[in-house]
Ligand binder design. Structure first.
Ligand code: SF4
Length: 190
């Protein structure tokens, strides 16, 4: 099964607890006004990766870094739910100590109950709900006050989620990636 991906990052400290690998999926139809990731909206841009290729990427990143978990963001992961579910299931099977988090613009009530229950069974945390630029939040991982941070395992408590911050990554080729919460966060150069 394949996932359409916008970007990958091997190490981030602003997308959930600890050092995390991050995948931004490509494609989101929700159109929240003021979205910071508008370049992830077009469903046919980005690139396709097999779930197996993503798992290989994660395993390599994990060998080279002290990675605590994987965060899946977007774009809208629930618009590629079958592939995301397979990725989470296989990730947890291959790396039992690894935690998994997900950002979705959908609320729990909007998601098909059975699908969301299956997704939740592989997640340690999720941030859910549309971004609302008029209701900005300073809370960890939550961009607007209507969104919720949910915990699905005992692995984390709310105290494990650090204050909003932003990272700027520049690689050897000059590729620059900015992630986190650029409006409210204080910059961390990495
Ligand atoms: S759900 Fe997320 S990616 Fe989609 S428009 Fe809203 S903020 Fe942007």
């Amino acid at each position: 099964m394949q996932l359409r991906v916008h970007a990958l990052m091997e190490c981030s400290t602003v997308n959930g607890p600890g050092v995390r690998a991050v995948i931004w999926v490509q494609g989101c139809s929700l159109g929240c006004p003021g979205c910071w990731n508008a370049q992830t909206h077009a469903p046919l841009q980005g690139f396709r990766l097999d779930v197996s290729e993503i798992l290989e990427w994660f395993a390599k990143a994990s060998r080279e870094n002290r990675i605590e978990g994987l965060t899946i963001s977007g774009g809208e992961p629930m618009e590629q739910a079958p592939a995301v579910l397979e990725l989470l299931r296989r990730l947890k099977a291959a790396h039992p100590g690894i935690t998994a988090g997900l950002f979705s613009g959908y609320t729990e009530r909007e998601l098909p109950e059975r699908l969301w229950r299956a997704m939740q069974s592989h997640l340690d945390f999720a941030v859910l709900g549309r971004y609302n630029a008029r209701r900005r939040s300073h809370d960890p991982l939550v961009s607007s006050t209507n969104q919720v941070l949910r915990l699905y395992t005992a692995h984390y408590s709310m105290a494990d989620f650090a204050a909003q911050s932003v990272e700027i990554h520049i690689d050897d080729t000059g590729l620059t990636q900015i992630t986190g919460f650029p409006v409210l966060g204080s910059p961390v150069l990495g």
